[in-house]
Design a protein around this ligand. Structure first.
Ligand code: HEC
Length: 97
């Protein structure tokens, strides 16, 4: 697991605050989503959509995570806290940058 986070140290000082704010979302993402979407959101395993290119808003992203869609499993039984959804959705949106 460590190597995943050590890559963060390459980021500039200016982005550190933002990265800290989404770290829980990053952890959730790496555990639950990266197997299909990839670390950067663009791996595309099993038809997984490119998260760097998604135009969905926060509400739609949260709904897809909770309920799943086609080849994507529903996470509502796995990820339970609203704060987890908030940070996970923020992390997914941060992949666009
Ligand atoms: C088993 C593979 C798999 C896993 C694990 C997975 N996804 Fe997906 N995801 C998909 C597939 C396949 C789609 C395309 C669904 C469709 O047909 O529209 C998708 C679509 C999405 C979309 C919609 C993108 C768009 O523009 O329509 C979002 C957002 C998303 N996934 C986020 C996540 C997040 C966040 C997680 C982790 C909590 C996750 N996914 C875990 C396979 C996966």
């Amino acid at each position: 697991m460590l190597w995943l986070f050590s890559s963060c140290s390459e980021n500039s000082e200016a982005s550190l605050v933002r990265k800290e704010g989404v770290r829980t979302g990053q952890e959730l993402y790496l555990l639950n989503c990266a197997s299909c979407h990839g670390e950067r959101g663009n791996l595309g395993v099993a038809g997984a959509k490119n998260l760097q290119a998604t135009t969905l808003d926060k509400i739609a992203i949260e709904a897809i995570i909770r309920n799943g869609k086609h080849g994507m499993p529903a996470f509502k039984g796995i990820i339970r806290q609203q704060t987890s959804y908030d940070s996970l959705v923020a992390y997914v949106i941060s992949l666009r940058n």
